[in-house]
Design a protein around this ligand. Structure first.
Ligand code: ZN
Length: 250
């Protein structure tokens, strides 16, 4: 089959050659793929609007030897509203970058597709706390890709009462009594630990009403950033550094 008809999210859209765009797409049917959109940077191009970042569309793609070529495309939903505010834009890009870097090429994952589609949608609607949406997105994506942090109880004694400390190498938490003398580990207070566990199980609807203290927000953001770097070897995210810079200081 030389043609692929698929629903896809535009994870990135970069200038390519004189008039083309090079897209990273998350396809419902084929997972992460790379496609060229010929002539998409021409003023009169029919493809121009459909190959923008933050688009969910239906694509007809021609399968070449090294990459796909967009033959036709129709917008299903556009999240262009994210481009209006620098914070929303950086957050929307961060979600796309996380998927782009963590998902192996060519492996369909409808749950990840739905997670990203919902996250862009919630972000554009402006419902709820955006920092908590980011933590929710990170934790749920990690779970879907098999990187679930084990934080139900202390990995050494089984204690379920915090405060806890995250042991990066063990991939789990340990309690105050079992904490080694060197006292390394990322601090997870009782409140932050409860927030983390909550974000791993609640629905997107429940997320809209969830609130947290600034200190818990910061602890959790530090934890997820370290976890992602340690376990997934993705390197730094420019969009995340930007969001950290504009985050209120605790
Ligand atoms: Zn313990």
């Amino acid at each position: 089959m030389r043609y692929l008809q698929t629903r896809a999210l535009v994870l990135s859209s970069r200038p390519f050659g004189e008039t083309d765009r090079l897209l990273s797409l998350l396809s419902w049917d084929e997972g992460k793929i790379v496609a060229k959109a010929p002539g998409a940077r021409r003023v009169k191009s029919k493809l121009a609007a459909t190959v923008e970042l933050f688009t969910c569309g239906n694509f007809l793609l021609y399968r070449g030897r090294t990459l796909f070529t967009v033959s036709q495309a129709q917008v299903e939903t556009s999240f262009r509203g994210l481009m209006l505010h620098v914070d929303d834009y950086a957050r929307g890009v961060y979600f796309a970058e996380l998927v782009e870097r963590l998902l192996p090429e060519g492996e369909p994952n409808p749950a990840v597709f739905q997670l990203l589609l919902n996250a862009w949608s919630i972000l554009q609607q402006g419902k709820g706390d955006k920092e908590l949406l980011s933590r929710f997105f990170e934790l749920r994506l990690l779970m879907l890709l098999g990187f679930r942090p084990h934080c139900d109880a202390c990995v050494f004694c089984g204690n379920r009462e915090g405060p806890f400390f995250w042991n990066m190498a063990a991939g789990g938490i340990y309690c105050e009594n079992c904490r080694p003398a060197q006292r390394q580990g990322i601090s997870l207070s009782r409140g932050t630990h409860a927030l983390l566990k909550n974000l791993q199980r609640i629905s997107e609807r429940e997320l809209a009403t969830l609130r947290a203290r600034q200190t818990q927000q910061k602890e959790l953001a530090d934890f997820t950033a370290c976890f992602i770097q340690y376990w997934t070897d993705t390197g730094p995210f420019k969009s995340l550094s930007f969001l950290q810079e504009i985050r209120p200081q605790v």
